[in-house]
Design a protein around this ligand. Sequence first.
Ligand SMILES: [Zn+2]
Length: 362
Amino acid sequence: MVKRTARRLADNREIIYFDSDPQVVREAEDTRELPAQQPASEMRRDPLTGEWVAIAAHRQTRTYKPPAELCPLCPSAPGRPTEIPESDYEVAVFENQFPSFAEGIPGELATVDGMPMVPKAPASGRCEVVCFTSDHNSSFAQLTPQQARLVVDAWADRTAELSRNPAIEQVFCFENRGEEIGVTLHHPHGQIYGYPFITPRTERMLAAAEKYRAEHGRHVLGDVLAAERADGRRVVVDSDHWTAYVPAAARWPVEVHLVPHRQVPDIVALTDSERDDFARVYLDVLRRLDRLYDKPLPYIAAWHQAPVRVGRDLSWLHLQLFSIKRTADKLKYLAGSESGMAVWINDVTPEQIAERLQRLDA
Ligand SMILES: [Zn+2]
């Protein structure tokens, strides 16, 4: 059982505590003087690709690599209030102070001045920050399975709630980890974006799944999963409910997909045993990644969930975990082919990276 306590910060942003202890009381007040939130993000649609771009100029002023004693994600202490009013917490989620997508942005669908082919609209939606632990110097990989499970429950809660928001079409839970990825706060945390549209990547995956189903009558990811498990050469962890493998056409020098054995649209649909098993498998994979080089691996963990209202039967939840690090001291940059043409060139074969991860057994 998870205890959930929703509160408000000084500027009326919502904060939600998730606790494994049902007795705990969360009623600390935010004592800061904060200006009222005035989110102003706009989105414009690229007429050449049909894809939306969010323009959030106010984010330039956001907190940039503060010293540890000023971390806004640590619990509050006397004389040092943070984003989290409590003096301790297990998992806390709050609305981002510098959101790319937010509720209540004034304006309506229009076009950019003099450009009738370029629609623009308020970037409606919601951006949240998920603090995985109150321990500043920890990481997701260092959580216990019980702590990781509480994060899964928090993701499920947020996905369910944001899915009920009529402005939101897709919920994206993710973690950026490491300075090389551009992380500006070291405290272990992830983010959740509620987008007001279906993302380009998801649209392409839905189209591919629909085409495959028309030809084969089955889900493409189900067939991929069965083939990976049968072959085994790229499988890193195979468990009761989840398999982690390096995809056969991996784009990144380190890339692992964690896929549930049952087709479910989103984290909300996972059973208790699937959530517990995910926590074990994910921690196992993260710990292998951290042993790959001589220091913790920078990575991006991206949950692929079904859109809120369409394509749910064509979706199969999975986590895509990848790193831009191609050797201990070299980064993979998205250069001409990747950035200009979206054609990835991978210098490492997926079989090589899978073999290395297999050998890094705990
Ligand atoms: Zn901190």
